[in-house]
Design a protein around this ligand. Structure first.
Ligand code: NZQ
Ligand code: ZN
Length: 393
């Protein structure tokens, strides 16, 4: 195991009715004037936004609103939010929504105290200050409610890029699984896929002797395999929703990934798809993650065979562990299919002729990138081609 430092200061407030405590927690964490940030309307339609506003009012917290965050959130609304917060002297940002709303809130939080362009933080610069951010989560997916990450798309040029800092880890996250019962099955499945991908990006590692994090990863994956079909069949199943919601957080605070080298190439390769086609991140991952697996499994077939046996219930082929590895990847794809995810470029609406442009935008030139396997631009093109015509089904 490698040395590590793990800082996860978020206060998680989990369970039925907890959104009514939003005002109490804003006050507890020092907020007096809040920017209430939300998405395209689901939080308004469900009455959630009204309940949160009432809770803030009861606690004597002033608030202003900025809705309209789109999935794959854009820089244009972030600039608007930064100006608004400065004009109104906002000292706390409360995101009510999913990963997109939370990431937009985090971007605004870094931008407000910064003299330059907030996009600098999405081009490699580290922030030195940020307004405090908190969340009321409405979808189990991105894990942004517990992560120090934010992903924003620059409209001009369609660049989707990430920023990371402990400064933007939420102060608190309110997590009521009931709020996720209104999610359409497709969005639920996209979220589930993202959660599983967050674990796989950590699971496939060159670091040895990482039994504790291997087992934690496997626990999250097994939970998702059991609970996702239950909520697809019965969207109002509170207990299954609750298990998925907490799995989503555990998958991405990095508690399952500490002390091991990780590989985030599938996410990077996917981000080019959601930037170009504006597809859901989870749907893009359903197409890319198994394609990446198909491309890299030979690097360490035993690690893939371990996942196949422990997570997918495959029989170990001791003579040829590569067969077991391949069966595990095929079962992953069958699972994704069973929850309604796309598996190919075609099904996602992506085009083979765009592959050179996707690789170009990925932007590694003659370099290599990755943890488990270091990929060149040609390797990335090969992964897109596998995603267009997968063989392990
Ligand atoms: O905008 P509204 O009307 O709220 O609708 C949303 C949106 O259309 C809807 N929705 C959310 N909660 C709902 C609901 N509909 C009905 N009932 C509810 N309770 O769901 C749609 C998707 O929402 P979004 O916030 O985009 O989903 P998600 O949480 O999957 O976030 C995706 C974004 O997070 C980024 C992705 O790249 C993508 O941009 N990621 C962020 C990460 C992070 N910050 O740590 C890590 C991830 O790997 C990921 O890259
Ligand atoms: Zn993700």
């Amino acid at each position: 195991m490698q040395n590590f430092q793990f800082h996860s200061p978020t206060e998680f407030v989990f369970g039925k009715g907890t959104e009514n405590e939003a005002g109490f927690y804003v006050k507890k964490h020092g907020g007096s004037k809040v920017l209430l940030h939300y998405g395209g309307g689901s939080a308004v339609r469900s009455g959630l936004l009204s309940r949160v506003k009432a809770s803030l009012e009861n606690a004597g917290i002033a608030c202003i609103e900025l809705g309209g965050v789109q999935p794959n959130p854009r820089d244009t609304l972030v600039y608007k939010g930064i100006t608004l917060c400065r004009e109104e002297q906002v000292d706390f940002i409360l995101a009510v929504g999913g990963g997109s709303v939370i990431d937009s809130a985090k971007a605004i939080a870094m931008g407000v105290p910064y003299d330059g362009d907030f996009w600098d933080f999405y081009s490699g610069k580290s922030p030195e200050a940020a307004l405090p951010v908190a969340t009321v989560l409405t979808i189990a997916a991105a894990g942004s409610e517990g992560s120090g990450d934010s992903v924003i798309t620059k409209e001009d040029g369609g660049l989707k890029r990430g920023a990371g800092s402990d400064l933007i880890r939420p102060k608190f996250s309110i997590m009521n699984p009931e709020l996720t019962c209104t999610l359409p099955p497709y969005q639920t499945a996209c979220g589930a896929t993202d959660i599983m991908a967050h674990v796989f990006e950590r699971y496939f590692t060159n670091t040895t002797e990482v039994e504790i994090t291997d087992r934690l990863c496997e626990a999250v994956l097994l939970t998702m395999i059991k609970e996702t079909p239950r909520v697809i069949a019965d969207p109002a199943n509170y207990e299954a929703r609750a298990n998925i919601m907490w799995a989503g957080t555990v998958a991405h605070t990095n508690i399952v990934g500490v002390g091991r080298e990780q590989d985030w190439n599938s996410h990077g390769i996917e981000h080019e798809l959601s930037a170009l086609y504006d597809c859901a991140h989870g749907a893009g991952l359903a197409v890319i993650m198994p394609a990446w697996m198909e491309f890299v499994y030979k690097h360490n077939p035993l690690r893939f065979a371990q996942a196949a046996v422990r997570v997918w219930g495959c029989q170990m082929d001791f003579e040829q562990p590569e067969n077991t590895a391949r069966e595990g990847i095929a079962r992953f794809r069958r699972f994704l299919r069973s929850i309604g995810m796309p598996l190919t470029f075609d099904e996602l609406g992506a085009k083979v002729e765009d592959i050179p442009a996707l690789v170009e935008k990925f932007g590694i030139g003659d370099g290599r990138t990755g943890g488990f396997v270091k990929l060149s631009a040609e390797d990335i093109a090969a992964i897109y081609r596998i995603a267009a015509a997968p063989t392990l089904l």
